[in-house]
Structures are given as structure tokens and as C-alpha cells.
Ligand binder design. Structure first.
Ligand SMILES: NC(=O)C1=CN([C@@H]2O[C@H](COP(=O)(O)OP(=O)(O)OC[C@H]3O[C@@H](n4cnc5c(N)ncnc54)[C@H](O)[C@@H]3O)[C@@H](O)[C@H]2O)C=CC1
Ligand SMILES: O=C(O)[C@H]1O[C@H](OP(=O)(O)OP(=O)(O)OC[C@H]2O[C@@H](n3ccc(=O)[nH]c3=O)[C@H](O)[C@@H]2O)[C@H](O)[C@@H](O)[C@@H]1O
Length: 438
């Protein structure tokens, strides 16, 4: 099958590679010529385990190309997947500007073909319910202006991959959701993903659009629930990890996404929780659970810092080391990372800051230029008055903490992800504080 993927960011690039690996002929299209050039040369502009090697392999196999020129590839495509960004607008709703631009471009480029069939246009970006219909309208408006009839069909094909495991998730999804309002669109989309052997669910376009937001909002709810519970556990002397463990054995709850910490970040949970609330508000509803989910998440970094201050006292003049800057391990993405409000607060309090992250330092340097960025973990720890662990990078978890204790000026460690062994840390001489863990 010939597939065009418009937008070659985290999702678009991963999708191009995964579909090429599935045997399709794929072209990735982006407005950013630097990105396109890099991808065409086999250089991945982001860090994502395994993706660069796979990209090179598929380029070499000749099934994958990249271009800025949508017109060059569109007439030949059976399926066009739209994977452009849908960032939050001022009111939290999804900004569909990029999607509209691409849709209108498609309407200006589509040509009738002799078989009287048109391509399937499938929206992969995360979008509010009703967007499929709007995309169809934008394309149709442009076709009508040209007086051209192209029987294109719409589909929704939300993406569920996680950063840090993007290629793995794209190749082994728990499920493929296909929203389609015509049998041909459903059938073509099913054949796109057939090689993956994953369970497929075909729904209406509206249902598929809602499944994506509902899934992210539910996962965010699990995290905020556990974070709020952690605050109570800390007060009453219960261990949130044991509690999560005990809860997770119940198959109806499951053990995933029960890790309390410093709050969820990333380019999706914060934006999607807001966008779902904006959609509700446009429909005259207020989603009270999601309001609470967002409010707990916003205050979680502050709750963590409160704990740090209750132990250390005023932070002014203290040498504080922050380990981990990205919103999760395995990515160089710092979008909405909880490290951002934490660094900001520490800076405002007059602490001297050193940071270390295997992949996130270049991006964070742009936002916090006066922080000292260490070139390795042992260097970051040297002479610290306190260490704040904010991202559970393997390198940080596996570090030889036993011999590092003497390097610190004061051995205070605040583990915002509950990943170090509390008992051993105490044995090795640290004053160790996890999140609701005793
Ligand atoms: N990042 C993630 O892990 C996931 C993201 N999503 C959703 O997928 C969508 C894309 O997300 P990301 O890949 O993270 O975004 P991104 O910001 O990394 O990439 C978007 C790409 O679209 C390109 N673009 C913008 N306007 C364009 C146009 N008119 N024509 C061609 N290209 C254009 C940009 O240059 C950029 O390369 C969003 O709706 C997001 O919510 C869904 C699942 C996972
Ligand atoms: O729509 C999206 O963009 C994606 O959003 C999330 O993926 P991602 O944001 O890449 O990463 P997650 O692993 O979900 O982590 C998100 C945040 O939640 C935090 N988290 C996660 C799990 C947990 O138990 N506790 C917790 O605090 C992480 O530290 C991170 O900051 C979803 O997991 C994906 O299914 C979805 O496709």
C-alpha cells in the first residue's frame, strides 16, 4: 500500500518507520525542510531508542522517503495519515490550525482518477470529537472551489504510543482503533495495520476521536488519584508503593500507572486533559473529575518541594543537584516536564543549581541558562547539599550510590520517583526521602 504521513514529529516519524517495516511504501511530509533533510539522510532529530537504526534500515530498503512537497506524493497515495501537532490554544482547546492547513492543501491537490476512487484521509493527531467532519469539510470546500469531484473518504486513527518506547509501541500496539463511516475506509485502514497482527477495533469516527482523549484522561486520572493518595499516606504513615502494589493485584485495577511521584508531564496528558475539559465546556458541561486531576497535577511539584523545604529549611544559598530533566526517561522531550516548575521555584528561592540528565540538558539550557549542567552524574553529585531525583533514568537508578555518599556535602536525597532502595540508601548514610514511602 502507498501511504503518506503528513507531519514528521514524534508520532509521524515513528509511524513512517513502523509502516515501512510492515511492508508499505511510505512517504513522510513536513513543512520543516531541516527536519525533512535530516530524516532523508537517516538522522533522527529526536532521541527515541531504536528509531534511528530502523529509520536507516527502511531508507536503505527504499520503502521510505521524506519530502516537503506534498503535491509530489499525494496523487499516488492510497492512505494519507495526518500527524501534525494539535497544541493547546489559550483556552485549553486543541489548536487545529496545522490540521486545517494540511486539509486545505489536500483539497487543492487532490485530482480525480479514472477509477472514480479517492484516498482515505485518516486523522492520527489527537483531536476533539467532530474534527473528522471538519477536516472533511475543509477538504471539500477547496475541491468545490476548484469544481473538482474526488471521492475521498475520512477515517480516524488515534495513536497510543508512548515516548521512550515509541517504535515498540507502534509495532506492538495493545489495539488499533479505526474510526470510519464507510466500509471501504474501514477495510483499507484495517489492511494498513494487518501486518502488525494487533487487535483492531472499528468504530465511528466520533467514537474513535473520543477513545483517544478518554484513554489519556483516564491514565492521567490514575496518576493524580495516586498522587493525592500519596499525600494522605504521608500524613498517616502508610507506604504508597505498598498500597499501589496491593491495589494492582486486583485485575480490575491493574498495576500500571499507579506510581505516585511529582506529577505527570509531557506533550500529551496535560494538553489532552485540558482539551477534553474545553470540549465539555463547549457542550455546556463541566468535567469535575478532570478538574481535580489537573489541579492535583499542577500542585504536585509544589507538594514535593514543600517536603524538601520542611527538611532543609530555607533553600537560599544551598547547593542543590537535580537529577533528571525530561518528563520521563528514554526521551529528550522536556515539554511540560515537572522539572520545569521545580527548577523555577528552586531558582526563585536562591538555591545554587546543578543539573544532570542523559538527554534533556540541551533543551533545558534554553529555559534555565544559569543552571550549571554537569557533564556526568558523579560530577553533578559533588559537594551537593541535597539531591532531587526527578526522572527515573536507568543510569540514575543504577548509579553506585553506595560510594557516592561521601562526595556530597550533606547526604540529603529526595527521590521524586520512588526508584531508589530506601533501606539501602539509609544504610549507606543518606538522609533519604521518597514520596509517601517510609
Ligand atoms: N508525542 C506523542 O507521544 C504522541 C502524540 N500524539 C498526538 O499526535 C500529534 C502529533 O504529535 P507530535 O508528533 O508529538 O508533534 P510534533 O510537534 O513532534 O510534530 C508535529 C509535526 O508536524 C509538522 N507540521 C506542522 N504543520 C504542518 C503542515 N502544514 N504540513 C506538514 N507538516 C506540518 C511540524 O513541522 C512537526 O514536525 C498530536 O496531536 C499529539 O497529541 C498522539 C500519541 C502520542
Ligand atoms: O497521547 C500521547 O501522547 C501519549 O501519552 C502518554 O504517553 P507519554 O506521555 O509518552 O508517556 P507516559 O509513559 O504515559 O508518561 C506520561 C507522564 O506520566 C508520568 N507517570 C506515568 C505513570 C505513572 O504511574 N506515574 C507517572 O507519574 C510519567 O512520569 C510522565 O511524566 C500515553 O501513555 C500514551 O498512550 C499516549 O499515546
Amino acid at each position: 500500500m502507498k501511504i503518506t504521513v503528513v507531519g514528521t514529529g514524534y508520532v509521524g516519524t515513528t509511524t513512517t518507520v513502523a509502516l515501512a517495516m510492515s511492508g508499505h511504501t511510505v512517504c513522510g511530509v513536513d513543512v520543516d525542510p531541516v527536519k525533512v533533510q535530516a530524516l532523508q539522510n537517516g538522522h533522527l532529530p529526536i532521541f527515541e531508542e531504536g528509531l534511528q537504526d530502523a529509520l536507516r534500515q527502511e531508507l536503505a530498503r527504499g520503502r521510505l522517503t521524506f519530502t516537503c512537497d506534498l503535491g509530489q506524493v499525494i496523487l499516488d497515495s492510497d492512505v494519507v495519515l495526518l500527524a501534525v501537532g494539535t497544541p493547546p490554544d489559550a483556552d485549553g482547546s486543541a489548536d487545529l490550525t496545522a490540521l486545517e492547513a494540511v486539509a486545505r492543501q489536500l483539497g487543492r491537490l487532490f485530482q480525480p482518477n479514472p477509477n472514480q476512487t479517492g484516498p482515505i484521509v485518516a486523522v492520527k493527531s489527537t483531536v476533539p470529537v467532530g474534527t473528522g467532519a471538519r477536516v472533511r469539510g475543509w477538504i471539500q470546500q477547496e475541491l468545490t472551489l476548484r469544481g473538482v469531484h474526488v471521492p475521498f473518504e475520512m477515517a480516524s486513527n488515534p495513536e497510543f504510543l508512548r515516548e521512550g518506547r515509541a517504535l515498540h509501541d507502534a509495532l506492538h500496539p495493545d489495539r488499533v482503533v479505526i474510526g470510519a463511516d464507510t466500509p471501504r475506509a474501514a477495510q483499507l485502514m484495517e489492511s494498513v495495520y494487518l501486518p502488525l497482527g494487533a487487535p483492531q477495533l472499528v468504530t465511528s469516527i466520533r467514537d474513535a476521536e473520543m477513545i483517544k482523549y478518554a484513554s489519556n484522561a483516564f491514565l492521567a486520572t490514575k496518576i493524580s488519584f495516586m498522587n493525592e493518595l500519596a499525600r494522605l499516606c504521608e500524613r498517616v504513615g502508610a507506604n504508597i508503593q505498598q498500597v499501589a502494589h496491593g491495589m494492582g493485584w486486583d485485575a480490575r485495577i491493574n498495576p500500571h500507572f499507579l506510581q505516585a511521584g511529582i506529577g505527570y508531564g509531557g506533550s500529551c496528558f496535560p494538553k489532552d486533559v485540558q482539551a477534553l475539559q474545553a470540549l465539555a465546556s463547549q457542550s455546556g458541561l463541566s468535567l469535575q473529575i478532570l478538574q481535580a486531576v489537573e489541579s492535583v497535577n499542577r500542585s504536585q511539584p509544589g507538594w514535593f518541594l514543600q517536603k524538601v523545604k520542611s527538611v532543609l529549611g530555607p533553600l537560599h544559598g544551598l547547593q542543590i543537584t537535580v537529577l533528571g530533566l525530561t518528563f520521563k526517561p528514554g526521551t529528550d522531550d522536556i515539554r511540560e516536564s515537572p522539572a520545569i516548575p521545580i527548577l523555577k521555584h528552586l531558582e526563585e528561592q536562591g538555591a545554587h543549581l546543578t543539573a544532570y540528565d542523559p538527554k534533556g540538558m540541551a533543551a533545558m539550557k534554553q529555559r534555565f541558562p544559569s543552571v550549571l549542567y554537569a557533564s556526568n552524574l558523579p560530577e553533578a553529585l559533588r559537594d551537593a547539599d541535597a539531591v532531587l531525583l526527578l526522572t527515573e533514568w536507568k543510569e540514575v537508578v543504577d548509579h553506585d550510590w553506595a560510594s557516592s555518599c561521601k562526595e556530597l556535602r550533606q547526604p540529603f536525597v529526595f527521590d521524586g520517583r520512588n526508584v531508589l532502595n530506601a533501606e539501602l540508601m539509609h544504610q549507606w548514610g543518606y538522609s533519604y526521602y521518597g514520596v509517601a514511602r517510609h
